[in-house]
Design a protein around this ligand. Structure first.
Ligand code: ACO
Length: 316
């Protein structure tokens, strides 16, 4: 048995907070519609000199500093994202220099949409097993305001910007995070056109289909992770689900018969930050003492692709 444990977390949100009331001024919508349909009340957007790289750096530096490790001890640096500043160099590659990571650190970006951060944890666990260094840096970062179509009221009210980062440690005697992952190729339900299509790179989404997909896959993935880890749901301290939509989360919590107190979320304040949502919430739970040393968090994400992923992460 070998695996990774969570050592520390960090997060960064842009300065500008955009409430539903602010959106009411430029979109035909209302605070009441957004809050009752999604649970979202405000989100943050990058402005001025803020960038994807800036958010990554702020979250990563916080996590590294809290871990008390040297950048030279990090063997893997992964950024889960679909909104990096440049297609190449990758955000992870730029971070190698900015954070002072060794040149033989494995650095790359990973796109599994809103499931990306958990895909990243699994990838880090595998790569660290083959690394001479014990520590990995996994970041989820999105600047979704850049790819939001503000003429489409059914999508533009959902998304926000932000970054979350974790430092994990690999140990030969640590339990595996028992990741469960899946992909279901679908080009209609949730997609963003690529650079070669000639159309603007905005998020396109069939909300009802995403809803159906999410309420099918989130409870199933949660059960599969618990079974793989051999840990009953009752013994799991926190459930850290992708903050897509409060109604999806409420549905999953009911179906799984979970105590809502163990499923605290932050979507009301952050909106849906895709790959960043799970690590931002993890940081909030750790820094407020809601996830303590030795406790276990079942993390799960689902999104475009369609993709899904879950794992059981223990705080060292
Ligand atoms: N403000 C006011 N009215 C709106 C808005 C808005 N922002 N958006 C849509 N409406 C209107 C529609 O025009 C429609 O009006 P009509 O009946 O006169 O035609 C009415 O509200 C209902 O529209 P629906 O699209 O049927 O709304 P629905 O109840 O399905 O809610 C929503 C839309 C919230 C997107 C829902 O489908 C949903 O929760 N889907 C899940 C998608 C999701 O959470 N995605 C997250 C991103 S993807 C991810 O992270 C995996």
């Amino acid at each position: 048995m070998s695996g990774i444990k969570l050592i520390s977390t960090g997060s960064a949100l842009p300065r500008q907070e955009v409430t539903n009331f602010d959106l009411e001024k430029k979109v035909d919508t209302s605070d009441e519609w957004i809050a009752t349909r999604t649970g979202i009340r405000s989100r943050h957007y990058c402005s001025g000199d803020e960038s994807h790289l800036g958010l990554c750096m702020a979250a990563a530096r916080q996590a590294i500093q809290r871990a008390g490790v040297s950048p030279a001890d990090i063997g893997v640096c992964l950024v889960a994202t679909l909104t990096q500043d440049t297609m190449t160099p990758s955000a992870a590659c730029v971070l190698q220099k900015e954070l002072g990571l060794a040149e033989d650190t494995v650095c790359f970006d990973l796109n599994a949409a809103c499931a990306g951060f958990v895909y990243g944890l699994h990838t880090a666990e595998c790569l660290l097993a083959a690394s001479p260094r014990r520590y990995g840096l996994v970041i989820g970062c999105e600047v979704l305001s850049r790819i939001t179509d503000f003429t489409d009221r059914s999508t533009c009210v959902l998304f926000g910007d932000g970054a979350g980062a974790v430092v994990v440690e690999w140990g030969a005697d640590y339990p595996s995070i028992c990741a469960v992952m899946g992909s279901r190729g679908n080009r209609e339900v949730l997609y963003i056109p690529g650079v070669n299509t000639g159309s603007a790179s905005y998020i396109h989404m069939d909300g009802k289909e995403v809803f159906r997909f999410a309420v099918e896959v989130l409870p199933r993935c949660t059960h599969e992770v618990a079974e793989k880890a051999g840990v009953p749901l009752e013994a799991i301290d926190r459930f850290v689900f992708h903050q897509a939509n409060q109604r999806i989360l409420d549905h999953a919590v009911r179906k799984l018969k979970l105590d809502p107190a163990r499923c605290a979320g932050n979507i009301a304040r952050t909106g849906n930050t895709s790959a960043a949502s799970v690590p931002i919430l993890l940081d909030e739970l750790v820094t407020t003492g809601q996830l303590a040393s030795g406790q276990k968090a079942l993390c799960a994400g689902f999104g475009g692709g369609l993709t899904w992923a879950g794992c059981l992460l223990q705080l060292a």
